[in-house]
Structure formats: structure tokens, C-alpha cells
Design a protein around this ligand. Structure first.
Ligand SMILES: *Cc1c(COP(=O)(O)O)cnc(C)c1O
Length: 440
């Protein structure tokens, strides 16, 4: 394959070359211990084997666009393949329980690569609480490429089945959704989609949980993708997108697109992402423990909290049947947009920012920020409350986080001091809920 993606005939002459011209096995070498038992995920995350000439402990950054040499060598041009990127892809494939992983320049880049296989007239079935960027891309495809997009309430198998047919070419799911934290039955919907059309591709956006907590390919999905910008990286210092597949032909289609458009992840960012992945387990464990405690704190004081770690979550059992943890994103409502705005502005430790997955805690109002690209009418139709506050919990000390939230609730006027602690103000007036917050 030459840099223009035109087959140059060399592949035919060389045995065992994959589509990108690499003489490497299509699936990662298993790093199982001699007992035959598979290593646990926390071990796989940090353990990497490499054949580096100097036995470097950290995978070297091959900051090179070209590689010298004649036909048949492993690398020639970094758009087609780069050793640092390949190392990351093989490491990720193992972690995602995939045969092949591909890394691109952002999560939306991954979504773009996947949806480029759609042809005019193809039908896509997807959710009604999608990530704003995904919604924007699907709207573009609908308006410009004649793709038919059905938004269904993916929490109800029946409403998904109602729009599935033999014309369904792709089903695009997110679970839990953000910020409504709706849980989607991956295996149930995958089975229904494949029954409607055996060739339908079920793609799952796994950004909210990461491969540490959920493996959609094991649940019947054909493609898993996620934003590496979030938990995989963990530090908000890079943007990346990751795609995992078991189907070889599908993997080749996606690779063709990446090589053709040039969206493969750069060597330096590939190295940074490898570095982030090594601490995924410890970060995620701490983040979700903090998130659980904060969700319980807010709920015990009367707020309507959405978090799959709470027994009150309407799909608690479904979530735990397909995931190993609740993640670290939760949302809650206050009953008033102005009040929510004051709370968001009054926190110190929770940075006002879009995105999540970082070691720092973040706070945002999705209707004003990440989901602002969805017009107000559509937000209303999808019952996205304008006052909803999203918390993305980091690895800070839990007491500090709860103190920060408590003082923000007081300063925002959500609660007032009484003999019994704090008592809700506006929430009372809105007649929604009865909030009493303990003295911080
Ligand atoms: C952030 C995000 C994306 C997009 O990823 P980028 O790396 O920002 O392009 C897609 N899906 C979900 C659920 C996300 O949170």
C-alpha cells in the first residue's frame, strides 16, 4: 500500500501482510501467565511487551513521518502506520477484548470513521439522549448524505424494535447516556438488530465507562468506540478516539478510511495515551468510589440524582448485568435554572468545564455547555431538564469534595441554615423536593 492508499502490488507478493502492510498478527499477543490463566485487566493495563532494541521501559515516540527502506518493510509513512501508534493499538485491542483496535485523532473522529461506511438511503437507529457531537454529525449525514436517522428511547426495547427493519444498517448506542444517565440493554438491542437485519452493525460508544468497566463486544456489539480524551487518557492533555472490532473485514474498512483521510493518532499523542492507560484502573476505582459517595450525599438530602450506583436508578439491575461499575459521572436537578447556575459558579474544586474522565472534578450545566448544540425544542422533546447539573468526579479527597459542594449549595441559596442543619429554599418553593443539608 503506498501513502495514497493505492494497493501497490507488494502485498500480494508478501505473505501474511495485513492491509496496512504490516507483517504482524491481526490480534494482540496474549500476555497470559504460564499457568494459562488470563491476567486481570488491572495487570494488562500496565503490562506491555515490546521488542525495542534498547529494552526501553517506555515505548519510544517515533516522531517520524517517513521510514526509509524498500518494499515490504513494516512502516513507510506515518499516515499508514507508525510504530508508536501500532503499539498503542495492540495494547488497546487486548484491553477492549477486540481482535483489532484503531486509534484516531478524537472520539468524534472515531464516530466519523464508523459512520463513513453508510450509504445514501441507509437507516440508522440511535438514542434520544446522545452526546451533542454525535447528534450534530448524524444531523449532518441526514441533511447532506440522505441517511435516515431514527431517534428512539433506547431504554425501551419495544421502541427500538418499532424502528428496526431489514433496512437498518447501523445501530448506534451509548450507555449510560449523558447527562440523563439512561441505561441501554446492549445485548437485547444487538440481538433485535441482528434479527431484523443480520448485516446490521451495532456500534456502542463506551466513553462513559471505559473498557475497565464495560466491554460491549462481549455483549453482542460489532463495534465499540470511545473518546480516548476521557477516562483512557485521564488528564485532559490530549484528544484521541479508539475503535475496537472483532470482525476482520470491518476492521479493514475502518483502517482504509483512516489511511485515506489521515486521521490516525499522531505519535506523541499515541505515547501520551499509552501512559494514561497504565493508571486507568486506579483512577477509575477512586473516581467511582468518590462519585458513589457524592451521589448518596446528594440523594440523602432530597435532590433527584441520576447515577447507576444508586439503587433508586430505575435500571440499576440492567446496568450491573452488563457493567462492572457505575462510573464517575452523575447528574442532579435543583428545580431552577438560576439556582443551578449559582451552584455551578459557587464551587471551587469542581472546575466549570465540559468533558469528563479527568483526575480533576468538574461541574457543568449540559444545556448551556456540552449539549448546547441541540436546539431547545429538541432538548425539551427529549426531556432534558434545563436545570440539570452534571458532576464528573475526580480523584481528590472525598471530604474536600463534599465540603466544596455543601458550601456551594449554601452560597447559591439552595439551602439555609436552621437549628437542624440546612434547609432548602427555592426547592421548597418549587414544591419539588425537601432538601436539608448537614452542616459542612
Ligand atoms: C467526548 C465524547 C465523545 C467525543 O469525543 P472527543 O474526543 O471529544 O471527540 C463522544 N461520545 C461521548 C459519549 C463523549 O463523552
Amino acid at each position: 500500500m503506498d501513502p495514497n492508499g493505492i494497493p501497490n502490488g507488494i502485498g500480494k507478493a508478501m505473505k501474511n501482510l495485513d492491509l496496512d502492510g504490516h507483517d504482524l498478527p491481526p490480534s494482540p499477543t496474549p500476555s497470559s501467565p504460564s499457568t494459562g490463566r488470563k491476567y486481570a485487566l488491572a495487570t494488562e493495563l500496565v503490562y506491555t511487551e515490546s521488542n525495542d532494541q534498547f529494552n526501553a521501559s517506555s515505548t519510544p515516540i517515533y516522531q517520524s513521518a517517513t521510514f526509509k527502506g524498500g518494499p515490504g518493510q513494516e512502516y513507510d509513512y506515518s499516515r499508514s502506520g507508525n510504530p508508536t501508534r501500532t503499539h498503542l493499538e495492540r495494547h488497546l485491542a487486548k484491553i477492549m477484548n477486540a481482535n483489532r483496535a484503531l486509534v484516531v485523532s478524537s472520539g468524534m473522529g472515531a464516530c466519523d470513521v464508523i459512520t463513513r461506511i453508510l450509504k445514501p438511503g441507509d437507516e440508522v437507529v440511535t438514542g434520544d439522549d446522545l452526546y451533542g457531537g454525535t447528534n450534530r454529525l448524524l444531523t449532518y449525514l441526514k441533511e447532506n448524505n440522505d441517511i435516515i436517522v431514527h431517534h428512539a428511547d433506547t431504554t425501551k426495547l419495544e421502541s427500538v424494535k418499532a424502528v428496526l427493519s431489514d433496512k437498518t444498517t447501523m445501530v448506534l448506542l451509548e450507555t449510560p447516556t449523558n447527562p440523563l444517565i439512561k441505561v441501554v440493554d446492549i445485548s437485547g438491542i444487538a440481538a433485535a438488530a441482528h434479527a431484523a437485519n443480520p448485516a446490521a452493525i451495532v456500534a456502542v460508544d463506551n466513553t462513559m465507562l471505559s473498557p475497565y468497566l464495560q466491554n460491549p463486544l462481549d455483549l453482542g456489539a460489532d463495534v465499540v468506540y470511545e473518546s480516548g480524551t476521557k477516562y483512557l487518557s485521564g488528564h485532559h492533555d490530549l484528544m484521541a478516539g479508539v475503535i475496537g472490532i472483532n470482525n476482520v473485514a470491518l476492521g479493514e474498512k475502518f483502517y482504509f478510511m483512516i489511511n485515506s483521510t489521515g486521521c490516525g493518532l499522531a505519535p506523541f499523542d499515541s505515547w501520551l495515551l499509552l501512559r494514561g492507560i497504565k493508571t486507568l484502573a486506579v483512577r477509575m476505582e477512586k473516581q467511582q468510589a468518590n462519585a458513589q459517595a457524592i451521589a448518596e450525599y446528594l440523594e440523602s438530602h432530597g435532590f433527584k440524582v441520576r447515577f447507576p450506583g444508586l439503587k433508586s436508578h430505575p435500571q440499576y439491575a440492567l446496568h450491573w448485568s452488563q457493567a462492572r461499575g457505575a462510573g464517575a459521572v452523575l447528574s442532579f436537578e435543583t428545580g431552577s435554572v438560576a439556582l443551578s447556575e449559582r451552584i455551578v459558579e459557587a464551587t471551587h474544586l469542581f472546575g466549570i468545564s465540559v468533558s469528563f474522565g479527568c483526575v480533576n472534578s468538574l461541574i457543568s450545566m449540559p444545556c448551556r455547555m456540552s449539549h448546547a448544540s441541540i436546539d431547545p425544542a429538541t432538548r425539551k422533546e427529549r426531556s432534558l431538564p434545563e436545570d440539570i447539573i452534571r458532576l464528573c468526579v475526580g480523584i481528590e479527597d472525598l471530604t474536600d469534595l463534599i465540603d466544596d459542594l455543601s458550601q456551594a449549595l449554601v452560597r447559591a441559596g439552595a439551602v439555609r441554615l436552621t437549628e437542624n442543619g440546612f434547609e432548602a429554599l427555592e426547592l421548597h418553593e418549587a414544591g419539588r423536593t425537601n432538601v436539608v443539608v448537614d452542616e459542612p
